[in-house]
Design a protein around this ligand. Structure first.
Ligand code: FE2
Length: 151
């Protein structure tokens, strides 16, 4: 296997890096899981997985992302993070895009190659989003990290 991004292709190496840490362990754990799911999708696409399998992975990602966004928004509101409003707007925009991509894929009228774009766009989006918006949580008290109990 060769890849221009070989540091991201080893089993234990991930697209995660410590710059993404918000200082709120529950949020960080969920971000790691989102990135893990996107890496799993990339592995599947690279291995030539079929439409059904990649669609299943995307549905899992969609559900997890929706849950994560809701929990993170509730958490940001609780700790009075100034990025709360921008975070909600960004989540809504990305959720709508993800829903649209999935609709196209499940209709079957779209080439499967769309998934490669969805994967790379989603990975870029989550990484940018964490850095630009979620990391503003660093200014908020981490002892109020109660994401897990957010409904
Ligand atoms: Fe966020």
């Amino acid at each position: 296997m060769t890849s221009p991004n070989s540091e991201q292709t080893q089993g234990s190496a991930t697209s995660w890096n410590d710059n993404y840490e918000t200082g709120h362990p529950s949020v960080d754990a969920e971000h790691r899981e989102l990135i893990r799911q996107l890496e799993e999708l990339k592995v599947a696409v690279d291995a030539g997985a079929g439409r059904e399998h990649v669609t299943d992975l995307l549905v899992i990602l969609q559900r997890y992302a929706h849950g994560h966004f809701a929990r993170e928004e509730a958490h940001m509101a609780r700790v009075k993070c100034p990025a709360h409003g921008a975070n909600c707007a960004a989540h809504k925009e990305f959720s709508d895009r993800l829903d649209g991509w999935l609709e196209l894929l499940t209709q079957g009228a779209t080439p499967l190659s769309l998934v490669r774009d969805v994967q790379s766009e989603s990975m870029s989006w989550i990484q940018r989003h964490i850095l630009k918006i979620d990391c503003q949580l660093r200014h908020c008290a981490p002892h109020k990290d109660t994401l897990a109990s957010a409904g």
